[in-house]
Design a protein around this ligand. Structure first.
Ligand code: F6R
Length: 611
């Protein structure tokens, strides 16, 4: 959470910073600020969004070819102008923007207060700014050494940019735990939490690793570790298109991303699903395949929507590969003293590849000697670099805070993995393998068909946008879809919603049902169809409103439910990929009708880099 940008070169920094902050606003949007170096340092910062910052700098001096900017998701101190970044050290020598958490900030702050420092904000970042200044003044050393020494005293995570009034022509960047990318231009450098603010200027980038410090002027970049060991910067080429990070005519990124799912799943297939050769290739896990084949257990870890994808994975691995699978919230896993064996395969699922809880759980699994595989969307992010092997989802940048296309891409990868493993472990016969491969290959076209009904879904959403509660029910492969549908609704429309396995309804939630309670039942034709039909009858008997997601042409449920949303007929194994789409649209339209900020829901951030 929090987005950071920086620029050093010959251009005016302000437009680069503002555009960059807009691109990073998904990471946090409760306050924003910039510092521009032009002789002195001009800092402008406000509570609110980047547009509020733009408003606040009208008629102010925004010149300068060096600058840093920040968009905040508050951790220490409420969102207000004072707590917004950048933070300047007490004597104005250093200016800092920071993404992450300084865990020992309170101890450091007390020591600095004892040495005469005072603090304007409640943030951990101001502590860091003053710590750097204190070390700089006492040691009479360069800014770079002061930053490095200060960082050795810090416990926690940071991606940060620092400027110093005495060394005006440089920006110092450092990373531990929070992402930081440097774009390499001609006589200029760009800094950002991810590559999206950089791509329109250059596709040559350097991803900083943990404990890296970069000292950058417009003409030079020197990379070292915190402990002063020289490093060779590794310049990589970005494979990202500017069109992918723009709204492209849609009202919101979320809608664009929902509509992109036929394409994004085809991108997930690319080079992997070879339908003509009746084969699946997952190069990223090839080297760990012998371990996967012999594994006795898979543990899947993730948070939020990625955890829901993991739940689908549990059904897939047990059904298709006969591999016992457990799914854990990464945050609970790491604090539960879990029993992890060396032979275990741990699969970490994450769109951003930066989720702090998932990263910490990976560390634990690695320490226990397990083989860790990542399923991530953001190329070059931390999780792919921490894992033994992995598969990128290649869904393209997901900017709407509510995850949509990343979920379907994650489930697509898990389906491919389960199919491949089932075959390699000789538990899935050729005929079934090919049938399911074929089913999977049809998913993008079937999603396109579902998206054609978006107007019908919009009509249904109008009827229930004022409902205070929703219940979502599904069985088997569709239970995780019920959870995901409920999460989508609550996070973007702020309507309370709960997902349940349909059969659990009678063990409690049925007490909630009355004529005001919309119940979304995911009831496509599979082996538990008859049972879910009974569940629908139970809801109707209590006057509940049923919105059912059904297989196209299902007249039985159409006769019982208040509204039906159809999806094309498919095998149960791929049904989560289809049934989640109408639920995404339903949440989207309800949120729009409630005038909610769909792409940036309150209190949330796209990349949760704090624990
Ligand atoms: C929900 C959502 C979050 C994320 C969760 C994990 O729409 O976006 O629940 O799924 O924060 O994030 P990643 O997948 O980046 O690890």
């Amino acid at each position: 959470m929090c987005g950071i940008v920086g620029y050093i070169g010959n251009k005016e920094a302000y437009p680069v910073l503002i555009k960059g902050l807009q691109r990073l606003e998904y990471r946090g949007y409760d306050s924003a600020g910039i510092a521009l170096i032009n002789g002195g340092t001009n800092i402008y910062k406000v509570k609110g969004k980047v547009k509020d910052l733009e408003e606040s700098v009208k008629n102010k001096d925004i010149s300068g070819t060096i600058g840093i900017g920040h968009t905040r998701w508050a951790t220490h101190g409420e969102p207000n102008d004072v707590n917004a970044h950048p933070h300047m050290s007490e004597n104005g020598i250093f200016t800092v923007i920071h993404n992450g958490i300084i865990e020992n900030y309170s101890r450091l702050k007390s020591k600095l207060i004892d040495r005469g420092y005072s603090f304007k904000s409640e943030t951990d970042t101001e502590v860091l700014a003053n710590l750097i200044e204190h070390i700089y003044k006492v040691g009479n050393i360069s800014a770079e050494i002061a930053v490095r020494l200060a960082l050795t005293k810090v416990v926690g995570a940071y991606g940060l940019l620092v400027t110093c009034v005495d060394e005006k022509d440089q920006i110092i960047a450092a990373r531990k735990g929070s992402p930081l990318v440097i774009g390499v231009g001609q006589g200029e450098y760009f800094f950002a939490s991810d590559a999206t603010p950089i791509i329109e200027y250059t596709n040559s980038v350097i991803y900083l690793n943990d404990n890296d410090v970069a000292i950058v002027t417009k003409d030079s970049l020197s990379l070292k570790t915190i402990s002063n060991e020289k490093l060779l910067p590794k310049v990589q080429k970005l494979d990202l298109d500017i069109g992918e990070i723009e709204k492209g005519g849609y009202d919101h990124f979320m809608l664009k991303e929902i509509f992109e799912q036929s394409k994004s799943i085809n991108d997930t297939f690319r080079g992997r699903l070879a339908i003509d050769n009746k084969d699946l290739i997952l190069g990223g896990i090839h080297q760990v395949m012998p371990k996967l084949i012999d594994a006795k257990r898979i543990i899947i870890i993730g948070c939020g929507t990625s955890w829901h994808a993991g739940l689908v994975g549990e059904y897939l691995f047990e059904d298709l590969a006969k591999l016992p699978t457990e799914v854990e919230y990464a945050s609970e896993f790491r604090y539960r003293k879990p029993v992890i064996y060396k032979e275990d395969i741990v699969i970490a699922i994450s769109q951003s590849g930066e989720t702090a809880d998932t990263l910490a759980a990976i560390k634990l699994a690695k320490e226990a000697g397990a083989t860790v595989i990542g399923i991530c969307n953001v190329v070059g992010s931390s999780i792919p670099r921490e894992t033994d092997a992995g598969v990128y989802t290649h869904a393209g940048p997901e900017i709407g805070v509510a995850s949509t296309k990343a979920f379907t891409a994650q489930v697509t990868v898990l389906t491919m993995m389960a199919l491949l493993l089932g075959r390699k472990r000789n538990v899935l016969g050729d005929e079934k393998f090919l049938k399911l491969l074929n089913e999977l290959s049809q998913v993008p076209d079937k999603i396109a068909e579902i998206l054609e009904q978006s107007d019908d879904i919009k009509q249904v959403s109008k009827l229930y946008s004022d409902a205070p509660n929703f219940l979502y029910l599904g069985r088997g492969y569709l239970f995780p879809v019920a959870l995901e549908g409920a999460l989508k609704l609550k996070e973007i429309s702020y309507i309370h919603a709960e997902g349940y396995p349909a059969a659990e309804m009678k063990h409690g939630p049925i007490a909630l049902i009355d004529e005001k309670m919309p119940v979304v039942v995911i009831a496509t034709k599979d082996k538990s169809y008859e049972k879910i039909v009974s569940n629908i009858q139970e809801v109707k008997a209590r006057k509940g409103v049923v919105i059912a997601v059904v297989t196209k042409g299902d007249s039985v449920i159409r006769g019982m439910a208040d509204y039906v949303l159809e999806v094309p007929d498919s095998h149960a194994v791929v049904s989560p990929l289809l049934t989640v789409v109408p639920l995404q649209l339903l949440s989207y339209y309800i949120a729009v009708l409630r005038d909610c900020n769909v792409d940036q829901p309150r209190n949330l951030a796209k990349s949760v880099t704090v624990e």
